[in-house]
Design a protein around this ligand. Sequence first.
Ligand SMILES: [Zn+2]
Length: 192
Amino acid sequence: MNEKRVSIEIIRSGRKTIAMEITRDLRVLVRAPFCVPDSDIERFIKDKASWLDKHLELAKKKIKMIEQQEKAIAKLTTEEIQQLADKALKVIPERAAYYAPVVGVKYGKISIRNQKTRWGSCSSKGNLNFNCLLMLTPPDVIDYVVVHELCHLKEPNHSARFWSEVARVLPDYNSSKEWLKINGSGLIQRLR
Ligand SMILES: [Zn+2]
């Protein structure tokens, strides 16, 4: 048995039984009824010693595994981000030039950024910004984000009119929107 002492927090409440619990941050809680004497709680803790040892060990392993999984999400190197940005500078202006007349707008400058929060944005002057990570998404998703920003030059909000404009240009836009919802945050985690 592990002789290392763990501190155990005792929480009394209106409950009827004594129970032990290990929190996500590895604190050990013993929940007990108000009326139960301290000696009963002590005995309970003693009886639970091997359970506690085993489950603390398991909980630590689980935390370690999660940490390793997070590390395994390959972070992009500065060089890779630069390559994505270079590619985006070729691909995105082309898509914007194609869709702008379809939407019926004119835009200003196009910039590529590596942002952790947005896929695209536009300024009141008609300049457009796009995330270089779009180069890691399917072509339909790139088109959706480009069209989304172009439509904002007409409708600077997410009103029903805005969405019907997006739908007019890309009737299938919803599947791209869903794709981003599902996969977007995983991609963004790859930025340092
Ligand atoms: Zn928008």
